[in-house]
Design a protein around this ligand. Structure first.
Ligand SMILES: Cc1ncc(COP(=O)(O)O)c(C=O)c1O
Length: 395
C-alpha cells in the first residue's frame, strides 16, 4: 500500500522534535550534531533567537495580504538586497525552484522585449536548479527527467569543466547561460574564477544574459555574501533561496534593470511570494549575514574546519580522497560510497549530506561554535575508523 506521504524521498529513520544552534534532538532523546543545516538552509542554526523573535513579532501583527497590496517588509528586504548587490530589482518566491522558473522567463522575455526573441539557455551537466518541469529540463540530468517528457525545449547542456565547449556553446542564438558558481548537488564543484570571467565576457559579446544560481552557495555560505563576489564578476540575473529564509520558505530572483526590462505588470506573480512572514525573517537573516564582521567570522570558522579536515583526510587515505569547497560549503570526496560515510557519521551522532561525484557535504550553520566544529571532526574521525574496520561492506 502506498504510504500516506507520497514516497518520493529515501528518508533516514530519524524524526527530530527540536533543535538549538547546531544540534537536533531526535524523538527518542538522542542529540545529533547537524553539519547539514537542512541542506544549507538553517544559516543561523536551529531556533536562532533573532529569527524566532522576527517571525513571532510578525506573526502577531500580520501574516498575509497578497501582492494586490504593497508589503512593507517585502519592500525593505528588496531595498536591502539592492543596496548589497549588483541588482536593481528583486522578485520574491517561496523556493529555489520558483526562482529558476522566473530566471528562465525573465531571460526569454528580455530578448522578446528587445524585438529579437531568443529561447536557448545554456546550462552545465551535473547542475541542479530544482524539480519543476522547467528546472529539470534546464539541468537535464537523466535521473531527474526520465519519464517526465516531453520536456520544455531550448536547453543546451555542456559537460562541467570543459571551458572551450562552454564558451563555444554561447552564441548569438543564446538567451542566457546559467551556472551555479559552486555546484552543490553536483558535488561541491567550483567553477574557476577565470571561467566565470570568460563567461561574462562571452555573454557580453553575443548579447546573452548571465544567470547565477546561488540558491545553495549564496547568503554568506562561502564567506562572501554571494559566491560570485570571489570572482569579481556579476550576473544579470541571480537566484537565491535556502539560507535567505534561515529555514522559513523564501526565495528571490535578483536582476539588473536591463535584464528585468520585460517583466511588466501581469507577466509574473505568486500568491505567497514575498509575504510578510517570509520577508520579516529574510530581512533579519540578510541583516546579520551581510555584516562584514559576521562574514569575517564565517571565514575564520571555515579556516578552522578546513585545516582539521585536511588532517582527517590525510589520516584516512582509504576513506577520503580530498577536501574541497569554499567557506562553509565543503565537500569530502570519498573513496567509499558516500552513503556509507553518511551512515557511519550518523551512528556517531553526526549529520552530513551526500552529493554526486562521490562526495559527502558539510554545510553547517554559518555561526557554528568553534567547539562544535572540533566535535564534528572528532565524530567524523570515529566514523572513518569504524568504516575502515569494515572494508568489505563498503566496497
Ligand atoms: C543550486 C540549487 N538551485 C535550486 C535548488 C532548488 O531549490 P528548492 O529546493 O528550494 O526549490 C536547489 C536545491 O537544492 C539548489 O541547490
Amino acid at each position: 500500500m502506498i504510504p500516506s506521504v507520497l514516497p518520493t524521498y529515501s528518508r533516514l529513520p530519524l524524526s527530530f522534535v527540536s533543535g538549538e544552534g547546531s544540534w537536533l534532538v531526535e524523538a527518542d532523546g538522542r542529540r545529533f550534531l547537524d553539519m547539514g543545516a537542512g541542506i544549507a538552509v538553517n544559516a543561523l542554526g536551529h531556533a536562532a533567537p533573532e529569527l524566532v523573535a522576527a517571525l513571532t513579532a510578525q506573526a502577531a501583527k500580520l501574516w498575509h495580504v497578497s501582492n494586490l497590496y504593497t508589503i512593507p517588509e517585502q519592500q525593505q528586504l528588496a531595498d536591502k538586497l539592492v543596496e548589497l548587490t549588483f541588482a536593481d530589482t528583486v522578485f520574491f518566491t517561496n523556493s529555489g525552484t520558483e526562482a529558476a522558473e522566473l530566471a528562465i522567463k525573465m531571460a526569454r522575455k528580455y530578448h522578446d522585449e528587445a524585438g529579437a526573441p531568443r529561447a536557448q539557455i545554456v546550462a552545465l551537466q551535473g547542475a541542479f536548479h530544482g524539480r519543476s518541469t522547467g528546472a529539470i529540463a534546464m539541468a537535464g540530468g537523466d535521473k531527474m527527467v526520465k519519464g517526465f517528457g516531453p520536456l520544455m525545449p531550448g536547453f543546451v547542456h555542456v559537460p562541467f569543466g570543459e571551458d572551450e565547449a562552454l564558451l563555444a556553446a554561447v552564441t548569438e542564438d543564446t538567451a542566457a547561460v546559467i551556472v551555479e558558481p559552486i555546484q552543490g548537488e553536483g558535488g561541491i564543484r567550483a567553477i574557476p574564477d577565470a571561467t566565470l570571467k570568460a563567461l561574462r565576457a562571452r555573454c557580453d559579446k553575443v548579447g546573452a544574459l548571465l544567470i547565477f544560481d546561488e540558491v545553495q552557495c549564496g547568503m554568506g555560505r562561502t564567506g562572501r555574501l554571494f559566491a560570485h563576489e570571489h570572482a569579481g564578476v556579476t550576473p544579470d540575473i541571480m537566484m537565491s533561496a535556502k539560507g535567505i529564509g534561515g529555514g522559513f520558505p523564501l526565495g528571490a530572483v535578483l536582476a539588473t534593470e536591463e535584464a528585468a526590462q520585460g517583466m511588466k505588470a501581469g507577466t509574473h506573480g505568486s500568491t505567497y511570494g514575498g509575504n510578510p512572514l517570509g520577508c520579516a525573517v529574510g530581512l533579519k537573516v540578510t541583516g546579520i549575514v551581510s555584516d562584514p564582521a559576521f562574514l569575517a567570522e564565517v571565514n575564520r570558522k571555515a579556516g578552522l574546519l578546513r585545516q582539521s579536515l585536511e588532517g582527517l583526510v590525510a589520516s584516512h587515505p582509504a576513506i577520503f580522497e580530498t577536501v574541497r569547497g569554499t567557506g562553509l560549503m565543503i565537500g569530502l570526496k570519498c573513496r567509499v560510497a558516500p552513503a556509507d560515510l553518511v551512515a557511519a557519521a550518523q551512528a556517531e551522532g553526526l549529520l552530513t549530506v551526500p552529493a554526486a561525484d562521490n562526495v559527502v557535504r558539510l554545510l553547517p550553520a554559518l555561526n557554528i561554535p568553534d567547539e562544535d566544529i572540533a566535535e564534528a571532526v572528532a565524530r567524523l574521525d570515529r566514523a572513518a575508523c569504524a568504516l575502515a574496520q569494515k572494508p568489505a561492506e563498503s566496497a
